[in-house]
Ligand binder design. Sequence first.
Ligand SMILES: *Cc1c(COP(=O)(O)O)cnc(C)c1O
Length: 396
Amino acid sequence: MAETLALRGGTPVRTMLLPYAHQSIDEDDVQAVVAALRSDWLTTGPAVEAFERAVASAVESRHAVAVNSGTAALHAAVFAAGIGPGDEVVTSPLTFAASANAVLYLGGTPLFADVRPDTLNVDPAEVEARVTRKTRAILPVDFAGQPCDLDALGRVAHARGLNMIEDAAHALGATHKGRPVGAIADLTTFSFHPVKLITTGEGGVVTTNRDDLAARLRRFRNHGLETDFRERTALGMPYSPMVDLGYNYRLSDLQCALGISQLSKLEPLLKRRAAIAERYVAALVEMELVKVPAVLPDCRHAWHIFPILLETQRLAAPRDTVLAALRAEGIGATVHYVPVYWHPYYERLGYPRGLCPRAEAAYERLLTLPLFPAMTNADVDDVLTALRKVLGYYAR
Ligand SMILES: *Cc1c(COP(=O)(O)O)cnc(C)c1O
């Protein structure tokens, strides 16, 4: 006898909704922010530099430039790469809109290359096929926290003199063939939004090994000014020349104090994420109606999210019904991502459906299960119980 779904009036697996993501804030994080509040600097003080040094050291990059969101990091990186009107940038359709929006901000044109069906990361052969004379950069996204094929993508980019900008909002702490994400691409962007691997409330960073790009990033986040307030004060300058059209994208000392404290715990946070992912994978291999995207052997996956693919042709209901049924069971499942060019804004720009058939087919089957370090094994088992209950009900 199948149990009645909560969606149809049955008893839910959980009464309180388990979110798909949640920050991990400890007492030492709170104390770090309190100490910053008591200091002389609330913004652009010593904590910013210290956080940047800590990030650069964690990802083995020469420079890290902190900004106030992952979106600002993408905007700054696309600016630093010199993208302007008429320039094309090839990116993935299976990402948050911000990856492609950053290209639009600067008057460039995002082109979408299809994903690999196994990992759902952008396919280097598809990227290569999209490149034209107008292409100036490629912008791969490390989906779910698994690094893209960075060697192959780097070859595509560098054979044509293109910059590689890696959107690693999901992949802080990930590695590719033993090298940390953040040290490989020309520019790598990270996000410190609360759902991400570590948080500063809102925040982001761009890492690069190139001095020229780092200088452009630093100006861009501070109105395009050549010097910041502390440098100007130290030099006794009356004003700083504005040489680029930049923004106020500064990350505050308060936030960087939190970032330093959070970053010191990255390793245990990643280990707990990997343990949860392992528990999911061990149970899901037994479930015929679910496939887990491939995890490649030469990478360390950061497990920002845990996406699964439903075998929808063997279900009597579409993905959205399965999603609603899981939520009724108290499981805060969600979907990453609708293909970027399906958004109404992109449709209005003229992007047609059917551009990236694999990404579109994956979207119809994708579901993200809850994954965050504070989840207990019992929480993971609740998710699996609810998934078995719901898929058992809709199985053909
Ligand atoms: C979160 C995210 C961003 C944007 O980061 P914010 O800090 O929210 O601005 C960009 N790209 C991807 C892939 C993301 O997941």
